[in-house]
Design a protein around this ligand. Structure first.
Ligand SMILES: [Zn+2]
Length: 338
């Protein structure tokens, strides 16, 4: 049995038809983990859907009612790049419930992995880029509302910048808009305060992503690393090591939310970085070891992954679980690997 839980539901499947986003990956990851004897049935737990009130901690009432009642405009639906249906909303509510459960379990067990979620392009008032509800932003807000945590950090390693997340948590921490009557000196002072304000925010956001890729407007995260096209394992890992050290020096989170996108992979159809499968495992290991060294619980969500071969996307996500087992397995000598 694993020292942590894997959160999964067969209803994570998103009904989006033939699509570059293979929504059957969730089921295939679970099968991979069982077949390779990394996990057994008892390691999986099934989430409940998030409640409307949970989702309203991040998203606006107007947007949530449009999602739940089917009132999106054609343009709003187009921006999502996946077709709207009541069933897809049920699936997103379930992924969000899964991230809430993974966060709860992380606080108990040190790690909690949602075999789903990571919909970091969803904003408070709109969805885009295959994302309708920002599941892990909701999970963080729910943990804060229940007073289980005060501060959280997101570490987003999807190849695409976490624009929705940066906007949600950047906005929430922003001071009231400046008044036009403020003098330049006051504005200057305000500016420099904002520049160093990151440590006092309640959610610190880190994003490592390909600069020349979607989203083309990138709202600022607490730390953004804009990687060049074709970035290799060694460059990527050096940056990640650097920002984890720097982030954890500036800010002491009570929960890390790791967004473990599989799309920095060199064979990804929507990514332009050059990471190998081995490099991605080392990436996962860096995040888990940093969290463990600082004694900070980690919840994991999967986010994107569009490799030419679906088997590669599945293996990259499953490897994240495998690496967590290696880092968190209490007793040495007992190997779960096949
Ligand atoms: Zn992505």
């Amino acid at each position: 049995m694993l020292p942590f839980k894997l959160v999964y539901s067969e209803k994570y499947f998103l009904p989006i038809g033939e699509h570059v986003f293979r929504a059957d990956k969730y089921r295939m990851i679970r099968e991979w983990l069982l077949q390779q004897h990394v996990a057994d049935e008892s390691d999986f737990i099934v989430p409940q859907p998030a409640s409307e009130n949970d989702v309203l901690l991040v998203h606006s009432p107007h947007y949530v009612s449009k999602l739940l009642e089917g009132g999106l405009s054609a343009r709003e639906e187009l921006e999502m790049e996946i077709p709207y249906s009541p069933q897809i909303i049920d699936a997103f509510m379930l992924h969000t419930g899964g991230s809430i459960l993974a966060a709860e379990r992380a606080l108990q067990d040190g790690v909690g992995i949602n075999i789903g979620g990571g919909f970091h392009h969803a904003f408070p008032e709109h969805g885009e880029g295959f994302c309708m509800i920002n599941d892990f932003a909701v999970a963080i807000r729910v943990m804060q509302q229940r007073k289980l945590i005060g501060r959280a950090m997101t570490v987003d390693c999807d190849v695409h910048q976490g624009n929705g997340t940066a906007f949600i948590f950047g906005n929430a921490a922003r001071k009231p808009d400046r008044l036009p009557s403020w003098s330049a000196a006051v504005l200057g002072a305000q500016e420099s305060v904002n520049m160093t304000e990151a440590p006092s925010k309640d959610v610190f956001t880190i994003s490592l992503h390909q600069e020349n890729n979607y989203p083309f407007i990138k709202p600022p995260s607490s730390i953004d690393v804009n990687l060049r096209d074709g970035c290799t394992d060694s460059e990527y890992l050096a940056w990640l090591d650097n920002v984890l050290s720097s982030g954890l020096r500036q800010f002491q989170p009570e929960l890390i939310c790791y967004v473990a996108g599989a799309d920095p992979f060199r064979e990804d159809q929507l990514g332009g970085l050059n990471l190998t499968m081995e490099g991605l495992k080392r990436r996962d290991e860096l995040v888990f070891r940093a969290a463990r060294a600082h004694d900070i619980p980690v919840m994991v969500t999967l986010a994107g992954g569009y490799a030419r071969r679906i088997e590669d996307t599945v293996a990259i996500h499953a490897n994240t679980v495998l690496v967590a087992v290696e880092v968190y397995q209490p007793a040495p000598g007992k190997s779960h690997t096949a």
